[in-house]
Design a protein around this ligand. Structure first.
Ligand code: S3P
Length: 461
């Protein structure tokens, strides 16, 4: 029987994978998580009714929707369309209690930017994983803008936000490119007097800028070599619009890799995938590793480019990941590490320290799981070295802890297709934060991922 027990307030769910043969099919992955969050936020702050198609109904984006409902925004479902009755920039109401964004770093950091500009007090909280993630990176620059924002002594949530005497634009230099920090500052910048300018040392995803423009709010981006400067004037207006959300390339990544490492003859098509150039590091990295991956039917939905991605099984080789591709593939490294374990030769990733502060420490989580499966890998402070074995990548049977990190769970489910034996993956319930129908799509393409008793849940009662 399926097991979904509640332990310490967390839903427990384990998976058992079995090796697969051919991987094939024609699928669509759910809507993009980053864009779904932003569509709720900007739709709520716009004048008029915004319609959203392709919204990701995963736990993270549902938490963002509920946050705005708790602040008086009317949001309804009409068939597959979400309708938001925007309240305008200054129309939000004080929430009755702390806003709980669950597991979502994007929800928390972007909301901090919106709430910094409000005339009411609010508090942001999340689940056990999120409450340990760094929040000073948004609190500090928001304070520089005049916001009344505080985090705890460890620099983490709860984030307490009190009304301020008004925000003013700043010029902020980020030490690491981060779309979440940039977006928080741009959203606060709407409420600020003057211009908000964010400098980044590299490229980060630009969905906020694209969507602000779709809502009629001007944003300027200046490219200088690898760095980016983004500017916005406060005091503007967002006008309701219609948004169609592309398939999430971060979810498609699991299926790109599972097809690439599958037995010869496997072919998989993933339709309608967002291929915004700030997100396509996974495609470049897999192609550099020798994957047979092509983009077909390239087109646009609204302001975002999409394509059908066709992947054929092929022999992969290890590479040194070019530094400039790291931020463009930052969420995909768990499954890229699985591809590397199935490749010939050595794979090297550096400059990816951010992986240590995602939903888990993804360098440690992946290294522990890969080593348990018999992969030779070396942990670096800012990355990993993996010595692949294309003939027998995962020689050992193992039980792997996903540490409640959705992308760790799904990455090991992909590894399970090439394992010698069944593998067990613990604490998989958080997959629902980004990819609620992952197991159904996995089954449709020929993977075997079953829910089973949760061993973590039974070990200590
Ligand atoms: C996101 C930005 C990235 C990414 C996260 C989603 C966003 O984080 O890892 O999953 O939607 O803006 P950083 O901006 O912190 O790099």
């Amino acid at each position: 029987m399926k097991s979904r027990r509640i332990k310490n307030g967390v839903t427990m769910s384990s998976w058992q994978t079995n090796p697969s043969q051919q991987i094939s099919g024609d699928i669509r992955v759910p809507g993009d998580k980053s864009i779904s969050h932003r569509s709720i936020m900007l739709g709520a702050l716009a004048k008029g009714v915004t319609e959203i198609r392709g919204f990701l109904s995963g736990d993270d984006c549902v938490a963002t929707r509920q946050a705005f409902e708790a602040m008086g925004v009317n949001i309804t479902d009409q068939d597959d369309v979400i309708c938001i009755e925007g309240v305008g920039i200054n129309g939000l109401q004080a929430p009755a209690k702390p806003i709980d964004v669950g597991n979502s770093g994007t929800g928390m950091r972007l909301l901090a930017g919106v709430l910094a500009g409000q005339s009411f007090a609010s508090t942001l909280v999340g689940d056990a994983s999120l409450m340990q993630r760094p929040m000073k990176r948004v609190a500090e620059p928001l304070k520089q803008m005049g916001a009344n924002v505080s985090v705890n002594a460890a620099g983490c949530a709860p984030i307490a936000i009190a009304p301020s005497s008004g925000l003013h634009g700043v010029t902020y230099h980020q030490s690491v490119a981060s779309a979440q920090v940039k977006s928080a500052l741009l959203l606060a910048g709407i409420y600020a007097e003057g211009e908000t300018i964010v400098h980044e040392p590299g490229v980060s995803r630009d969905h906020t800028e694209r969507m602000l423009r779709s809502f009629g709010y001007p944003v300027e981006t200046i490219v200088t070599g690898e760095s980016r400067t983004t500017k916005l004037q406060g005091g503007g207006v967002l006008n309701a619009t219609q948004i169609t959300i592309p398939g999430d390339i971060s979810s498609a990544a699991f299926f790109m890799v599972v097809a690439a490492i599958a037995p010869a003859g496997s072919v998989l098509t993933i339709r309608g995938v967002g291929v915004n150039p700030t997100r396509t590091g996974i495609i470049d990295i897999l192609q550099q590793m020798g994957a047979d991956l092509t983009l077909e039917n390239q087109r646009k939905v609204g302001d975002e480019p999409i394509a059908d991605v066709v992947v054929r099984a092929s022999t992969l080789k290890g590479i040194t990941v070019p530094r400039e591709l790291v931020p463009l593939a930052i969420d995909e490294f768990p499954v890229i590490f699985v591809a590397a374990a199935c490749a010939t030769g050595t794979f090297i990733l550096r400059d990816a320290k951010e992986l240590r502060v995602k939903e888990s420490d993804r360098i440690a989580a992946m290294a522990t799981g890969l080593a348990a499966l018999g992969v030779k890998c070396e942990v670096l402070e800012d990355g990993m070295v993996i010595h692949g074995n294309s003939d027998n990548p995962f020689p050992n049977a193992a039980t792997i802890d996903s540490l409640t990190d959705h992308r760790i769970a799904m990455a090991f489910a992909v590894a399970g297709t090439r394992a010698c034996q069944a593998i067990t993956i613990l604490q998989c319930a958080h997959v629902a934060t980004s990819f609620p129908n992952f197991r159904a799509l996995a089954a449709a393409v020929g993977m075997s991922v079953e829910e089973t008793n949760d061993l973590a849940g039974t070990s200590d009662g």
